[in-house]
Design a protein around this ligand. Structure first.
Ligand code: ADP
Ligand code: ASP
Ligand code: MG
Length: 425
């Protein structure tokens, strides 16, 4: 007998029908002889709707109370799912993140898991129950307050539980058939990937491929937990994310030269204008941002104008942190010493990811040529060993993603990628 951790995303449990369909799938896993722990997200777009509601009451709601509100979404789906499973004649018990032993730090809205003590879950499955766990939530070790793990955090709950329970497999069920070479909502000719390494998946996830949350992949890599990403709407094999290539039938899956194209329109750009070009300036700007607990992405410093000795520094960050960053910088304006701030939330990022980049000098040139052929202007560039990213106008993103996908020969010549559900929100 094995232990399986399954995670069902919001689009898989969007309505009562979805919950019943998922309940059946979970029961099938149990009937084939496994102990089953199912992690579940809030129904459909519930989390977004709760955030909208909070903003109507207060434009910057307190982190503690926002977490309390958002965790309600996962409580609804976990209880309904347990009821639906019981209706099928099987025993199920639902647990909040705190009850499941998901212990976090105390950073509200984006807490990190620091420990998992799944005693109650273990007992529950040992007694023959199916355990249903609310994803995306935990409890702070210090304050004992309820926390959430950041958007998409149920993926991390699933992997963390799989590690703590020493599960045989962690399955992430979603509304597409696996990880594709680009978001199937944008590129109809995207191809399903059979296997992808933790490293490439980490870069794709960090670059905006929200099919897996990047913290979840980080966690899986640290504890070496293979993940199977697949659709809850079809019976097809999905994508394996693991350290070593898998065998499929008699064919060994090879490491692709280029894994895929990711895009992200959730970031904004802040430009600090008129910064004195002297040591310590960048340090005080980014200390201010770090003290506000804001994670930044790209950073670019312009060449300073010889006549003024002043320069501009631009960086990108999640749009949701934009207001906080501007407020923090304005507050420290005298200490840092700059002229003004510019804020631009109409940007998008396109990234090409693949381990093959390390050894193929032509990739960067081909990437820029594809963008220029599509008439897309580049505003910022950043690279890692296995990724190249550019910032463009947000409007240009879909066209740019398709152009790059074609240019690197990633277009599939068979079936179009299927999106089974979800609103893409
Ligand atoms: P869930 O509700 O199951 O967590 P998400 O909406 O978080 O689902 O993630 C699934 C979505 O991720 C897909 O519907 C798809 O639009 C998007 N996506 C982005 N990039 C990719 C990719 N490379 N492969 C597959 N899906 C992707
Ligand atoms: N419900 C949360 C969200 O929408 C967590 C998740 O779905 O993983 O972000
Ligand atoms: Mg998700």
């Amino acid at each position: 007998m094995g232990l399986v951790v399954q995670k069902y995303g919001g689009s898989s449990v969007a309505d009562a029908e979805g919950i019943k369909r998922v309940a059946k799938r979970i029961v099938e896993a149990k009937q084939s002889g496994n102990q089953v722990v199912a992690v579940v997200s809030a129904m459909g777009d519930t989390t977004d709707e709760l955030i909208d509601l909070a903003e109507q009451v207060s434009p910057m709601p307190a982190g503690r109370e926002l977490d309390m509100l958002l965790t309600a979404g996962e409580r609804i789906s976990m209880a309904l799912l347990a009821m639906a499973i019981k209706k099928l004649g099987h025993e199920a018990q639902s647990f909040t993140g705190s009850q499941a032993g998901v212990i976090t730090d105390s950073v509200h809205n984006k807490a990190r898991i620091i420990d998992v003590t799944p005693g109650r879950i273990k007992t529950s499955v040992d007694e023959g129950n199916i355990a249903i766990v609310a994803g995306f939530q935990g409890v702070s070790q210090d304050t004992k307050d309820i926390t959430t793990l950041g958007r998409g955090g149920s993926d991390t709950t699933a992997v963390a539980l799989a590690a703590a329970l020493d599960a045989d497999v962690c399955e992430i069920y979603t509304d597409v058939d696996g990880v594709f070479t680009a978001d199937p909502r944008v590129v109809k000719k995207a191809r399903k990937i059979d296997w992808i390494s933790f490293e490439d998946m980490l870069e794709l996830a960090a670059s905006g491929s929200k099919v897996l949350l990047h913290r979840c992949v980080e966690y899986a890599r640290r504890y070496n937990i293979p993940i199977h990403v697949r659709s809850s709407f079809s019976g097809l094999q999905g994508t394996w994310v693991s350290s070593e290539p898998i065998n499929q039938g008699d064919k060994q899956v090879e490491q692709a030269l280029i894994s895929g194209v990711a895009h992200d329109t959730s970031e904004a750009k802040v430009t600090v204008v008129g910064v004195p070009d002297k040591p310590g300036e960048a340090a005080s700007i980014f200390r201010t941002i770090a003290d506000a607990e804001i994670n930044i992405d790209m950073v670019v410093q312009n060449v300073s104008a010889a006549s003024t000795g002043l320069t501009d520094i631009s960086f990108t960050l999640p749009k949701t942190e934009g207001r906080k960053a501007i407020d923090a910088l304005e507050k420290n304006k005298a200490g840092i010493g700059f002229d003004s701030l510019r804020y631009d939330d109409q940007i998008g990022k396109i990234s090409l990811v693949g381990a093959g980049m390390k050894t193929n000098p032509g990739v960067t040139a081909d990437f820029f040529t594809a963008l220029s052929d599509a008439g897309v202007n580049i505003e910022l560039i950043s690279t890692s060993e296995i990724r190249i990213s550019v910032v463009t106008r947000a409007d240009d993103v879909p066209e740019a993603v398709r152009a790059v996908h074609s240019a690197f020969g990633l277009d599939s010549d068979s079936d179009e990628a299927v999106v089974y559900g979800g609103t893409g929100r």
